[in-house]
Design a protein around this ligand. Structure first.
Ligand code: GCU
Length: 657
């Protein structure tokens, strides 16, 4: 199947230099990628094949790559200086040169010739997690099938190299290729069966500075090792892991480590043997350490067998409750992977309190660009503004360096194992991401993970120019669509921090009570009088998991940020918000507005007919039209429900079914 070039869509530029000389002394797989990319890019941009030479003095455009361990930029940082036809890229390592190369190409493509850039990545690990299954399906995947697996075999095709180029160009340096739910033959990824294609895959990733990770099944000693236990303290189990882990690291080049979902949503873990998460993670870490390997242990652990009558048990509390007591117990090469919020990638959640709580543990921020709960790549929902808010959140874990960006970059506690990871949104669809505009989330995540100080709107602008070219109208309209998309989605789906009003299992489309009486612990507790979950000390006590002043701020209805009011409090429909509107009127208004926003996004896109490549135009047009209709369904289902619950009329007398 053919596929699009996304933001690596190199187009012919004006003012082509007559000849281009490149000096690059480095050898090795990454240096080879730099050479290949230069040839590809300069041919497409200028129709010129670069000449590789020791000196670049006489060429119309001369590019010098300089690897200098003493440059102070580290192995992944870079400096690019371009003036009067001469460009110099400096880094302490080849990966930094590769990132510098892509940064240079971006500038040239955006019409700049004289510029200076210097970047050192904010986060040591900048990772993508694929939830790909070995049969080729993708859990919560909305852009086709896996390009790693098909029918229980691996598929190492030409597309993998393009994927590696694409993610390296935005600074991603780690990828986990299989679902965190390790089912069926996936447990055998650490055994011989998939060894040869994994080696081929890892070599391609290595050429682009990307480390390969695998998700493993904690019960592998029983599943594939023929043992009668998977107890992490059992001698035979330890021997199994020592041998398996050594074998993987010794044979798969550039291997990074393992991702583990344990004791979560039915996945096996150390609890079954009366052991702790630390016991489980540290045992694996011990055997990975000699190879510089990392164990990424997920904190998405909660009771998924709740009864809706029980108002004390709170799923939001569980991540913190399960892990806070083990702060300081985890080995140096273990990272706890924590979702941005305490529930599960809803359109609006408070920031996970573990980030402000853990002080002696490596942490990584997990976000989801697959849009499971935010429109599944059929609705546009540009998530960088949400991630920006998360990164800027002050946890008050200390006097300074206390934001999420500080913590996950390692600044706060001086740790080197930490970073950001996204559950990714790619598949084998022609355009990689189903919705053409969803590629902005992939591009944006990489850029933001590399530089956590970036402005979401500027990231969006770069992505638009690199994908669709430099037309101002195209830039303006797509920027507006992207920037209004997350607020719009929130407006027509989720009032004031209430999530989960989705169709059970698929998580797509409205179903206000779909999860209300289910066992997953995801309640909005709407009744005739009011709505929301009391998470104050008088309720579930969740607010106490935050440091002060956040704990009091959230616990008090007067100071609680209104966008999260119903996440933290059960409130009467008649409560008056700072806008002067009651909660019920706010629900009606935002749902009408959100649906109008969706219609406006479609109209903005339609103005671009003829200005955007026809196939991409048509694909996105179809999805935006769907979104506009679907937003009306969301509006009507939610407004009708709350109208019937509250018996309060809409002040504006609009049609509520
Ligand atoms: C969500 C999602 C699951 C996934 C889980 C996880 O609950 O719906 O499909 O397995 O998150 O993050 O582990």
């Amino acid at each position: 199947m053919s596929y699009t070039k996304t933001w690596l869509n190199y187009q012919k530029l004006a003012n082509c230099p007559a000849e281009i000389a490149v000096s690059l002394a480095e050898q090795g797989p990454v240096a080879e990628s730099i050479r290949r990319e230069l040839e590809l890019a300069f041919d497409a941009m200028y129709g010129v094949k670069p000449v590789f030479a020791d000196t670049v003095k006489d060429a119309a455009l001369g590019v010098t790559f300089c690897c200098d361990a003493a440059c102070g930029l580290g192995e992944e940082g870079f400096r690019v200086e371009a003036a009067s036809g001469s460009i110099r890229v400096v880094s302490g390592g080849q990966r930094g040169l590769l990132y510098g190369l892509f940064a240079m190409l971006e500038q040239l493509r955006m019409g700049k010739t004289d510029f200076a850039l210097e970047k050192i990545p904010s986060n040591p690990l900048r990772m993508l997690d694929h939830w790909d299954n070995l049969d080729g399906s993708i859990e919560r995947g909305y852009s086709g099938k896996s390009f790693f697996f098909r029918d229980n075999e691996m598929t190492v095709t030409g597309r993998i190299r393009d994927y590696a180029r694409m993610i390296a160009s935005i600074g991603i340096n780690a990828v986990c290729i299989n679902n965190v739910n390790v089912r069926g033959v996936a447990a055998e990824l650490i055994a011989q069966r998939y060894r040869e294609p994994l080696i081929r895959l890892a070599r391609i990733f290595e050429e682009y500075g990307v480390k390969l990770f695998l998700s493993l099944n904690f019960a592998s000693p029983k599943r594939i090792g023929g043992l009668d236990t998977s107890d992490p303290c059992d001698g035979k189990v330890r021997a199994f892991w020592r041998e398996r882990i050594a074998d993987v690291f010794e044979n798969i080049p550039n291997f990074g480590g393992f991702v583990v979902k344990a004791d979560s949503e039915g996945e096996p873990g150390p609890f079954a043997y009366g052991r702790t998460h630390a016991d489980g993670a540290n045992m694996l870490a011990e055997f990975a350490r000699p190879y510089g390997g990392i164990i990424i242990w997920r904190c998405f652990v909660y009771n998924c067998q709740q009864d809706w009558r029980d108002t004390r048990t709170d799923r939001a509390r569980s991540g913190y409750d399960n892990f806070i007591g083990h702060d300081g117990e985890f080995a140096e090469n273990v990272i706890l992977q924590i979702k941005n919020g305490p529930m599960d990638f809803q359109v609006r959640e408070p920031v996970h309190p573990l980030f402000g709580g853990l002080k002696k543990t490596n942490m990584m921020l997990e976000v989801q660009i697959a849009q499971e709960y935010t429109g599944q790549q059929r609705h546009v929902c540009y998530l960088m503004p949400m991630f920006r808010e998360v990164l800027d959140f002050k946890t008050y874990c200390g006097a300074e360096n206390d934001t999420i960006a500080d913590i996950v970059s390692g600044r706060t506690y001086g740790n080197r194992s930490c970073g950001m990871v996204a559950v990714t949104n790619t598949g084998d669809d022609e355009n990689w991401t189903g919705h053409d505009l969803a590629a902005a989330n992939l591009y944006g995540f990489g850029r933001l993970a590399f530089d956590t100080s970036l402005d979401p709107e500027e990231i969006a602008e770069d992505w638009i120019r690199l994908t669709f070219g430099l037309n101002e109208k195209v830039l303006g309209n797509i920027r507006r669509i992207l920037m209004m998309s997350w607020p719009a989605y929130e407006k027509y789906t989720s009032p004031l921090g209430i999530g989960w009003m989705v169709t059970p299992h698929t998580h797509f489309g409205p179903d206000v009570e779909g999860y209300e009486y289910d066992r997953w612990g995801t309640y909005h507790r709407a009744d005739h009088m009011g709505i929301g979950v009391d998470r104050t000390p008088a309720g579930t006590g969740y607010t106490t998991q935050y440091n002060e002043p956040n704990a009091s701020l959230y616990a008090n209805t007067e100071t609680c940020p209104e966008e999260l009011l119903l996440f933290f409090h059960h409130m009467p429909y008649a409560y008056v918000l700072s806008s002067g509107k009651t909660i019920i009127q706010h629900i009606y208004d935002t749902h009408f507005e959100g649906a109008e926003d969706a219609a406006q996004m479609l109209a903005l896109w339609r103005e671009l007919e003829g200005l955007v490549e026809p196939a991409a135009y048509a694909r996105a047009e179809e999805r935006l039209a769907f979104q506009a209709e679907h937003a009306k369904e969301w509006r009507d289902r939610i407004n009708t429900y709350f109208h019937r619950m509250s018996w309060v009329e809409d002040e504006k007398g609009r049609k509520i079914y």
